[in-house]
Design a protein around this ligand. Sequence first.
Ligand code: DGY
Length: 325
Amino acid sequence: MLAKPKVFVTRVIPEAGLERIRQACEVRVWEDELPPPRDVLRREVAGVEGVLSLLSDQIDAEIMDVAPNLKVISNMAVGFDNIDTQAATQRGIPVGHTPGALTETTADFAFALLMAAARRISEAERYVRAGQWKTWGPMLLMGQDIYGATLGIIGLGRIGQAVARRARGFDMRVIYNGGSDKAARELGAEARSFEEVLAESDFLSLHTPLKPETRHLIDAEALRKMKPTSVLINTARGPVVDQRALYEALASGTIAYAALDVTDPEPIPLDDPLLTLDNCLIAPHIASSSVRTRTQIALMAAENLLAGLEGRRLPHCANPLVYNE
Ligand code: DGY
């Protein structure tokens, strides 16, 4: 009987995914809550043919070079900015990711952040728990209307489109920059320049991957172009926003509110000035975290891993150039 391929899984993932991998592989799982430290990662990947990584694991050329037998890297996320895909392609290693499965769940959460920020729900909850609720107040915690407002989307890809679909139910006007013009036509979304989206949006939702050209896309200059009443929502990647500039903009009233599921770095340090602001809501990168979706993406990551180990084309490959495409 042939020996099973050895794989390293960098965290405990939903059981369905792990079970699928265990059926075909000899698996080592890093069981800590925190990502494996660099030296552990180096040691663990050294003898394996496959790695299942998470977005908090930096898989770069150095890691690939200590793993001469590595045939596949499978990232359990749609984003793969934690992996040096160019280095992987140069070494003939396909990189898997999990597009599609988390689209609707992430869009639900982006919309939840939008609504929570508009109606100041996290502030209201803190207010009640702090015993500050004394009576009905005619001006208590006044927020902003969502119905009929303008939603700007940066990156009308899968998730951006799913957010736009939700916005239609609130009779919002949707404008966008970057992404699918065909989908936009179907959704009734209007194409605008980046500057126009900044200037016209009541709510600005970011759905762009992190690439060198999107790092600090929302910087001080961009924030100055937004309305003073506007709300910024980020469920993409933390570094797409210049966080220092965001703090200044929120503290000085350049924009009204931010709702972030992603920060730079993650986790956000407890002494980060953003955490001192009432008009900033921060969640711990959980937009795709529903039981069904996390189970599905674990299964997708498992399928990518197994395909790579068997020399088959990955069902969802982040570096198709590895197949000379
Ligand atoms: C992703 O998949 O890239 C999300 O950020 C986490 O689910």
